[in-house]
Unconditional design. Structure first.
Length: 399
């Protein structure tokens, strides 16, 4: 008789997988219209220019491109990223940045560098799901900060920090995932003031901020004087260039950046060299801002198509927001009418359409009536058809 193998780590057993990934696996068939994923529109990728950048790099110096690199990232890419960050109002040097394998890795590195099991982490309510996973795997105790249609309530944040003494606050203040909302400038200043007064790290994640359709850009929290020595700013090429490159970065104070670099050495040594050099070549030869403007225009048209069809698709009494950019819209089914977005998903799948129920995005006290709709992957015509299917599912006699 052989002995049983040792058990898995408790953190794996207590941290669930991504329901979004589960939904995508079920709805991968081409006949589905999928509002569930957070996938950029592939037909809008600048594929020819990206391919040309890779070709130039491999033709010019393949030995370097295919070799190991430094953990911190290729200097040419960090210089380009520093220039873009500086142009957007936050003076930055190349040495202020650490290149990561997607901004998701940046979350994991920060969790490794900052979180001890049992430490408290504050998150928005609702919050980006993969951040809940990253901090949960590190053993953090997650507490949701009350939010309204504009985002974090600074007074509620102040009270929670005073009560729980958290290590950090994680926030996506611009075109948030999952809600699409944007935190106004006055609240950003208030959040920075709370962090300075109470002693708190801020992790400011900005994967969607360049995808603006209307309105004026709001400065990063990291630009406020109160927050400069305690804010980590995360960026990514996933939504503006291509997610398959797996290229992100973090800007952090020196000691924390060094701790993240040590954690990255243990994780993957460095982000693929050829991808970094190709991205740097792309930035040097292509007007990325013009490409992003083209993508944003298309996404704005798709958002409008979704907004046009929602009144007929959702049950009477439902509410939703109007994001000024990004990829997501947040809806709430009528309260007190027995509507449960998780239970209703099976009816949507029967109609060959999918969304993400809102409940998994909450650290605590989920709202079962909420759902997230991604509007960028489908064309306006597909969105219209998807909403007709969604209407049949949600407005059926048993819906």
């Amino acid at each position: 008789m052989t002995a049983a193998t040792p058990p898995f780590a408790a953190r794996v057993a207590t941290t669930g997988g991504s329901p979004i990934r589960d939904i995508l696996a079920v709805t991968a068939q081409p006949e589905f219209i999928n509002f569930a994923g957070g996938l950029p529109a592939p037909e809008l990728f600048d594929a020819d220019a990206v391919a040309a950048a890779f070709a130039d790099v491999l033709r010019g110096d393949a030995r370097r491109a295919l070799q190991y690199s430094t953990t911190e990232g290729e200097p040419v890419l960090r210089r380009a990223l520093a220039a873009r960050t500086t142009d957007r109002g936050l003076p930055t040097d190349a040495d202020d940045l650490l290149v990561t394998t997607g901004s998701q890795q940046a979350l994991s590195l920060l969790a490794t560098a900052l979180i001890e099991p049992g430490d408290t982490v504050l998150v928005e309510s609702p919050c980006y799901l993969a951040a809940l996973q990253a901090f949960g795997l590190a053993g953090a105790r997650l507490i949701g900060v009350p939010c309204d249609e504009h985002g974090i309530d600074p007074d509620a944040l102040d009270a929670l920090v005073a009560e729980h003494r958290p290590k950090l606050l994680y926030t996506v203040p611009t075109f948030q995932n999952p809600t699409g909302r944007t935190l106004p400038a006055d609240r950003r200043a208030a959040v920075a003031a709370v962090a300075a007064r109470r002693g708190l790290w801020i992790v400011e994640d900005d994967p969607y901020g360049e995808l603006r359709f209307e309105g004026d850009r709001v400065p990063w929290i990291a630009t406020y004087e109160d927050a400069r020595d305690r804010t980590v700013l995360l960026g990514s090429f996933s939504k503006v260039m291509a997610p398959g490159l797996r290229l992100g970065w973090l800007r952090a104070p020196k000691q924390l950046r060094r701790a993240c670099a040590v954690a990255k050495q243990a994780a993957d040594l460095h982000t693929p060299t050829v991808n970094q050099l190709a991205a740097a070549r792309y930035l040097a030869t292509v007007d990325l801002d013009a490409h992003v403007a083209k993508v944003s225009k298309a996404y704005g048209i798709r958002r409008d198509a979704l907004l046009d069809g929602l009144p007929a698709a959702l049950p009477a009494g439902s509410t939703w927001n109007r994001p000024e950019g990004g990829m997501f819209l947040w809806a709430r089914l009528p309260q007190g009418a027995g509507h449960d977005a998780t239970a209703l998903l099976s009816k949507a799948v029967e109609e060959k359409v999918a969304y993400v129920p809102g409940a998994p995005f909450y650290a605590t006290a989920p709202d079962p009536t909420t759902l997230r709709l991604c509007f960028v992957t489908q064309t306006p015509e597909e969105i219209a058809e998807g909403l007709r299917r969604l209407g049949r599912a949600l407005n059926s006699p048993n819906g």
